[in-house]
Design a protein around this ligand. Sequence first.
Ligand code: OGA
Ligand code: NI
Length: 334
Amino acid sequence: MEMNEGKDLRWFDVKNVPEGYIFSKENRPQNLDSPVSDSIPVIDLEKTPIEAIFKASQEFGFFYVINHGVPEKTTNDAINVMKEFFNMPSKDRSGVVLNSKNWIYINSTDFEKDGVYLWRENLKHPCRPLEECIPQWPQEPTRYQEIIAAYIVEIQKLSLRILEMICKGLGLDPGFFNGKSEVQILSTGFYPPCPDPTLTLGILAHQDPSLITLLYQGGLAGLQVLKDGEWINVGAIPNAFVVNIGNQLEIISNGKFKSVLHRVVNSKHETRRSIATFVNPSLDCIIEPAKVLINELEPARYEASKYKDFIGRNKSFGDHTTALLNATPSDNQA
Ligand code: OGA
Ligand code: NI
C-alpha cells in the first residue's frame, strides 16, 4: 500500500502485455532485433546536396538530415516538454483535453485497429496559422506553447530549404512550393516500454499523406521502413531529423519519388518519444504531376485533385486524425 501511495499507475505498468494489445500472429512485427540499417542516406545540408536528396527520395523515400541548422536547444526543449506532458498524471492530461477544441490527446485505448490497441499515446494539433493556433495548444506544461511555437518556426524554415533542393533536383520552377507548403500538423508519439515487443505495435504500417514529413526521434530507434519487401530498422542519429516523402510529393514528382510504408515497433526498456511534423499543401491546393515532368513518353500517372479531396477520398485518410495514424498505401490511379 505505502509503496504505491501517490503513484499514478498507468496502462503500461504491467508485467505482461494485456490481451487487448496483442496482434494476431500475421500482424506482429518482424526483424525487431536486426541491426539498425546503415543504408538509409545521411544528407549533410551544409553541402547543398541536391543530387543526394534526389537519389535518396527516389531509392528510399527516407533520409536523415544533419547540419540542418535547427539549434539543439530548440529540439531538446521540444522533446523535454513532450516528456513532461506525457509524464503528467493522467487526470491532468485528460482535463486539458476536455477543455480544448482544436487538438487532441489520444490515450492508447483509443487506438483500436481490428480490435487491437496500439502501444502508444499521441498528442496531435494543428500549427497553421501559427499565431491563431498557439493559444489553442495545451496550457500545461506551462512552457508548452512557447517551446513548441519556436520549434515549429524552425521546422518551417528547414522544410522550405529541403523543398527548395527537391525543387531544383526535379527541375521544377524555383518557388514551386511557395505558398503550397506549410507545417500544418504536429503529432507526437509516446511509446512506453513494453513487456513483449514481439506482440505489439506502436504505429501500424502507413504512408504519410503529406508533401514531406520531418521526424525528430529524440535519439531512439523504433522506426521501421519497408525496403524491397523487408522491414529495416532506422537508427536514431543524435540531433538528426528523419525526412520522408509523403503522398503529395509522390504525385507531384509523377512517381519519381515514392512515399514509403513505415511503422513503429516497441522496445522492452526504452521510452520512445517522437515529434512528427507534417508539411502539407494547403487544403484547397490542387495537387497533380508537375507539368515539366510529363510528356509523351512519360504521361501523368496520377489524377489532379484538391488536397482536401485526396484526403476525403482515401477511406483510411478519412480525416486528419486517422490520416496520420493509419493511412494505408494510397491506391493512386496509375
Ligand atoms: C507518423 C509517424 C513515427 C513516430 O506520425 O506518421 O510515422 O516515430 N511517426 O512516431
Ligand atoms: Ni508516418
